[in-house]
Design a protein around this ligand. Structure first.
Ligand code: IMP
Length: 429
């Protein structure tokens, strides 16, 4: 398998940035295939830190970076991110970056609607990033979205804006909010069009050419399997498919090209936003995990909820996502605990489940069933070989592998890229 798809196996924030960067150094092409600028990837290269939301991580290393049709693109956010990177000395040119002409746009009205809806939901809010992701995907599915190719067709744009606003202004009226002025939106779109135009490409052709050259393609997922609109903790999910199957549909390449699926998995569990989280800890241990793991959102700065490792959840993710191996991250955050708990299933109204059922009321009632394992007092931070790990830490990892039924391919022991133990090379396995 020459290509690799990297996906999150929990609720996002598993530490994909470091692993994707590690792999992108050896890739020729890096492709985003879903989500938008709701994602937040932090890359630490040498003494520089790069924060990416929409751009594929490969862009920092000058690799051909592709934003596929499955991504929803806010053109203003795109240009801003390009500017920030250029300010950090990264050359983001049309030779390096390609955005699919058939990708749908996120417009200012989408983020406005996202926030209005969240406000209207009150205590039942999803806790979205407020970036307009959900409303943009709604318009795409409803066939009224404005796509990047539409920006390049000024004559047709007016009619598309009218069509879109017919729907949105009715909605905004219903919510008691100010309507969108068609002429203003049109002017905004005409203003941004020439700036993004150089990056707009026929991505499926680019990827076909890459395949013919036998290039190594890295598909970079955002969020995590439990935030998948079909397989996640619906309705507390994002609005895209986050599983590896989407890498093909969201970029315009055959399923056979996706290759090895690497599931990024944190050694404990975190979640940002609302929704069920059976192994969440509301005590000092949860607090400690959050502090040690610096668990604050990259995009919104929100504090992440923390809890024990949920093996039942990751096993489920591995099955629905077709994960071949995991990259286990942030093991060092567990250093110094006398004992650790692993969630192996759920008690739901007196009945045992070894998976999280789909119904929201059952998910909300799920109580974790734990197995307790011995902790370790030594530091695992920065370990670069198994020999540098305490025996109990290795035991913890082996137990996780057994429970999730997937092997560890990579072990990350600090944010530094070289602090990585390679078991299986995803590019050559
Ligand atoms: P949305 O994607 O902004 O619509 O948010 C929907 C849910 O997905 C919320 O619970 C967000 O907190 C969560 N979410 C979206 N993007 C990320 C991410 O990159 N990491 C973690 N959670 C995310």
């Amino acid at each position: 398998m020459a290509n690799v798809a990297v996906i999150g196996s929990q609720w996002g924030d598993e530490g994909k940035g470091k692993i994707v960067d590690w792999l992108s150094e050896r890739a020729d092409v890096v492709v985003r295939f879903q989500g938008g600028h709701n994602a937040g990837h932090t890359l630490v290269i040498g003494n520089k830190t790069y924060k990416l939301s929409l751009l594929p991580s490969g862009v920092v290393r000058g690799k051909l970076s592709v934003i596929g049709n499955g991504v929803v693109v806010d053109p203003w956010a795109l240009l801003k991110e390009i500017e920030i990177l250029r300010g950090q000395g990264v050359a983001v040119t049309p030779d390096v970056l390609a955005v699919a002409e058939n990708a749908a746009l996120i417009l200012p009205l989408h983020s406005k609607l996202d926030l209005l809806r969240e406000e209207a939901r009150g205590a039942g809010k999803i806790g979205t990033t407020g970036r307009g992701i959900g409303p943009a995907y709604e318009d795409k599915a409803a066939r009224r979205a404005i796509r990047l190719c539409d920006l390049l067709d000024p004559d047709a744009l007016d009619g598309k804006v009218q069509n879109l606003l017919q729907h949105h202004n009715a909605l905004l009226r219903g919510l008691g909010a100010e309507e969108v002025n068609a002429a203003e939106l049109l002017a905004q779109l005409r203003g941004v069009a020439p700036k993004v135009a150089p990056f707009v490409k026929t991505v499926w052709q680019l990827l076909d050419a890459a395949r013919k050259r036998s290039d190594r393609i890295l598909f970079e997922g955002a969020q995590g399997s439990m935030l998948d609109v079909d397989h996640g903790t619906y309705p507390f999910v994002t609005s895209s498919n986050t599983v590896a199957g989407q890498a093909a549909t969201g970029s315009g390449i055959g399923v056979g090209a996706v290759g090895y699926v690497l599931g990024i998995t944190k050694a404990y569990t975190t979640r940002v936003g609302s929704g069920p989280f059976p192994s969440e800890l509301h005590d000092q241990i949860g607090q400690t995990l959050g502090e040690r793991g610096h668990e604050f959102g990259t995009v919104t700065g929100r504090k992440r909820r923390c809890g024990w490792f949920d093996a039942a959840l990751v096993r489920q993710s591995a099955k629905v996502g077709g994960i071949n191996g995991i990259a286990l991250t942030k093991l060092d955050v567990l250093d110094g605990f006398e004992e650790l708990k692993i969630c192996i299933g759920y008690d739901i109204n007196g009945q045992h489940f070894d998976y999280l059922p789909s119904a929201a009321h059952l998910q909300a009632a799920a109580k974790p069933v734990y197995e307790t394992v011995e902790g370790w007092s030594e530091s695992t931070r920065g370990a670069r070989s198994w020999a540098q790990l305490p025996a109990t830490a290795i035991k913890y990892i082996r137990r996780i592998e057994e429970l999730i039924e997937v092997p560890v391919a990579l072990l990350s022991t600090s944010p530094e890229r070289d602090d990585t133990i390679l078991v299986t090379d995803p590019f050559t396995d």
